[in-house]
Design a protein. Structure first.
Lengths: 209, 571
């Protein structure tokens, strides 16, 4: 059914029935996006997610039946960019998929700095003192969104709208988990963040350049 | 700091009260007994010591008096004066033994004529008027009494003593003027005896106090033996109450205390077993809900997508099939909503719902919910008014749950607003924040303000609604409010509309005392016209079809006065 819907929208899906075979198929077909059901036979979705994230920054959207349990947080922490809760409408799924695939290819050459971190928006690279930091596209978008308006405090809802493309406020855990993941990569001491600063009770903002 | 310490001390005293009480009682009783016995013994000893002395003194006085020759200046004797006669008698009596004493001779007017040895005793102060009177009136009788001997002169002071008095007729040949009636007083100091008595009394007193203390000590020890195990039991009971279910009493011996310990442990065992069972049940229930959730949702996802495809292509179908695709789509929405609500409420039932409290501006939160309800408000033709304080109202709440509560309340009000405006008010006090949703619809009949929170409750079965709630919205809202430690209350009157008020503590976990908003509207508020005059009533929004479906799988049947005779499938 998922195949019918996705083909109807012009995607070309590959299906893997078994978590153990997921990595082999992933390497073979090099997808632009991975839809991952957490409940898989064999290796579970969380583990597959971790393995994919270990070698690629490809967008991962989780499919889950349990939106309020730890599954979601664990899934996000293991590297998923977004999740869709079952049962979902085809339109909703397609919208999430498109949002993750939409790349800002028209980015003008632009250099942004927060703290010690320099962002080359067009080149999609982030450096700290000449050293390149590998970020997933989503983490990159999150950082760019904050860096473009350094004085502004973003609420979690604003970030959801701007980075994830949600029109309505959704699960703010998405933002929390990804900010943590981003900090783990760009901060020298994630306990005392300098790049992505928390504004208590409101949201986040970029640290001083 | 100080009140805390005083409180702890009071608690401590209270904690030891039984032991203290036993010791205090023992102290009082033993003190009374010892005092009575001591007094008896003391008076007995005093009596026997004094009566011996009195006998001795009386004998001595008798000897003195017998030696005292009252015929002064008789030819047969050496012509001596009265003084000398007296002196001789005293000396001869003293020679025969006995203690030191004084002799006084007075005239009938009680003026001291002679005092031997002279003159350190203050005679009038020593010999009481009563003895003097006794001697005067009974002229031949010898009288005696205890007295306090008062000394004057070089060494003033006093001492207890004994005074014996006897009348004497004196004939003085040498001095006829001295002949006449006299009183002879013999005064014995009791210094030695007083010393003995005071020694005895002191010994008795000290012994008594020692005995009382000993009793108290024994009582303390005995009480301690009983109380120690009781205290220990109490401590273990506290631990059990605090959730440390594996704690048990150590039981020694077979006495009554050991029996207490055994029954206590038995009770703890059975408690632990039952609690374990309940925990297991709850775990199984949670697991079941989680599994049902997943097992239902996965196929439902496929159904959903299939329905989407059919729905998207419905234009190509014959009218009947096209209509079916629409119905399928519509009822799937409702089915999903119901599934979500059912899972949510069973999560509350299994106590698996967790509060994720964060500091949130409740005014802002309500505003966003109201904004999202605009389209619904246009559909039901109820204007949606919002009144929020200007400054942010921060409270520690679970934003997702509060949004859901407010959304449920607003949906409910819009469903029953009868085209009248629905007003949402946010207000805050120091420790609480309240959201009041007021509609001017048909209102509630008496007694229905608590029924509205019942699951799948419906007052009027025939009442069909355009938009499908699940019948669980208000029940979930109530559980969500309870999870916050807050209140969700309803008020309604037929024809005057209904109010739903949510009150939440601003600090998570604090107890609520009052709400910043009144639940009932003020009397001056203009009443909404009861347009249709029908006593239809307020109810949670829900589709007509669903209650039957759900009852079929074992949901408790709502207490419903008007049982639906028929359920209508609406499209």
């Amino acid at each position: 059914m998922l195949g019918i819907v996705l083909r109807g929208e012009g995607f070309e899906p590959f299906f893997v029935e078994d978590g153990d075979k997921a990595m082999a198929v992933f390497r073979e077909c090099k997808p632009d996006l991975v839809l991952l059901d957490i409940m898989l036979p064999g290796t579970d979705g969380i583990e597959v997610c971790r393995q994919i994230r270990a070698e690629s920054g490809v967008p991962i959207v989780m499919l889950t039946a349990r939106a309020d349990t730890l599954d979601v947080v664990v899934g996000l922490e293991s590297g998923a960019d977004d999740y869709v809760m079952k049962p979902f409408k085809s339109k909703e799924l397609v919208a999430r998929v498109r949002a993750r695939l939409r790349r800002k290819d028209d980015a003008a050459p632009e250099l942004l700095t927060i703290g010690e971190v320099t962002i080359d928006v067009a080149g999609h690279t982030i450096t700290r003192e000449g050293e390149v930091i590998a970020l997933t596209p989503l983490e990159f978008d999150l950082l760019v969104a904050l860096a473009r308006k350094p004085a502004r405090v973003f609420t979690r809802e604003m970030l959801l709208e701007q980075v994830w493309g949600y029109r309505h406020a959704a699960d703010t855990r998405l933002v929390n988990v990804h900010v943590q993941r981003l900090r783990a990569k760009v901060e020298r001491d994630p306990e005392k963040p300098q790049v992505v600063v928390t504004v208590r009770g409101v949201g986040y903002k970029a640290g001083p350049p | 700091m100080m009140p805390g310490r005083a409180y702890r001390r009071a608690l401590e005293r209270r904690r030891r009260s039984l032991q203290l009480r036993v010791v205090a009682t023992t102290l009082v009783v033993s003190a009374a007994v010892v005092a009575v016995v001591g007094l008896l013994v003391a008076s007995q000893i005093r009596d026997s010591v004094l009566s011996g002395k009195v006998d001795d003194s009386l004998n001595q006085a008798a000897r003195t008096l017998s030696d005292f020759d009252t015929s002064v200046g008789k030819p047969s004797t050496t012509p001596l004066g009265l003084d000398n006669q007296l002196y001789r008698a005293v000396v001869s009596a003293n020679n025969t033994g006995g203690g030191k004493y004084f002799v006084a001779l007075t005239g009938t007017g009680n003026t001291v004529t002679r005092l031997i040895p002279p003159p350190s005793v203050d005679f009038p102060a020593t010999v009481g008027a009563s003895l003097q009177a006794a001697v005067s009136s009974k002229s031949t009788e010898r009288a005696w009494q205890y007295a306090k001997i008062v000394y004057k002169g070089d060494r003033p002071g006093s001492q207890s003593g004994l005074v014996i008095a006897q009348p004497a007729a004196v004939t003085d040949a040498t001095s006829p003027g001295a002949t006449g009636e006299y009183r002879l007083y013999v005064i014995f100091p009791l210094g030695h005896e007083a010393q003995t008595l005071s020694l005895v009394q002191n010994t008795l007193l000290l012994g008594g106090i020692g005995l009382i203390l000993l009793f108290a000590g024994i009582a303390w020890l005995v009480a301690r033996q009983i109380i120690q195990p009781v205290r220990h039991t109490a401590r273990i009971a506290e631990m059990l109450a605090a959730g440390r279910l594996q704690e048990r009493l150590a039981v020694r011996g077979t006495d009554e205390l050991a029996k207490l310990g055994l029954s206590f442990n038995k009770m703890a065992d059975s408690l632990q077993r039952q609690i374990r069972e309940l925990e297991d049940l709850s775990r199984v229930q949670r697991r079941f809900v989680s599994d049902v959730s997943h097992e239902l949702r996965t196929p439902l996802t496929t159904v959903r997508m299939a329905a989407d495809v059919l729905h998207a292509a419905r234009g190509d179908f014959p009218p009947a099939v096209s209509r079916s695709a629409e119905l399928l789509q519509h009822e799937l929405d409702r089915f999903e909503a119901l599934l979500v609500d059912l899972l949510e409420i069973s999560r509350h039932d299994a106590r698996a719902a967790v509060l994720e409290a964060d500091s949130v501006d409740v005014g802002d939160l309500v505003r966003s919910v109201v904004d999202r309800s605009r389209s619904h408000s246009e559909r039901t033709r109820c204007a949606l008014e919002l009144e929020v304080p200007d400054e942010p109202v921060y409270a520690e709440v679970d934003a997702r749950r509060v949004q859901r509560i407010v959304r449920n309340l607003i949906n409910n009000a819009l469903e029953h607003g009868e085209g009248q405006p629905v007003r949402v008010t946010v207000a805050a006090s120091e420790d609480a924040v309240a959201v009041l949703v007021r509609d001017l619809g048909v209102g509630l009949r008496p007694g229905e303000s608590t029924l509205v929170f019942n699951r799948f409750w419906r007052a009027d079965a025939a009442r069909a609604r355009s938009s499908g709630g699940t019948g669980l919205g208000l029940a979930i809202a109530l559980e969500d409010a309870r999870l916050h430690g807050g209140w969700l209350q309803a008020w309604g009157e037929t024809g005057r509309g209904a109010n739903f008020r949510l009150t939440l503590p601003r600090v998570a976990g604090e107890a609520l005392r009052s709400s910043p908003l009144p639940l009932e509207p003020e009397e001056t508020e203009p009443e909404s016209p009861d347009l249709n005059g029908k006593a239809t009533s307020h109810q949670p929004a829900r589709p007509a079809l669903l209650p039957v479906t759900v009852r079929g799988i074992g949901q408790p049947r709502p207490s419903d006065p008007t049982t639906p005779s028929s359920e209508v499938l609406r499209g």
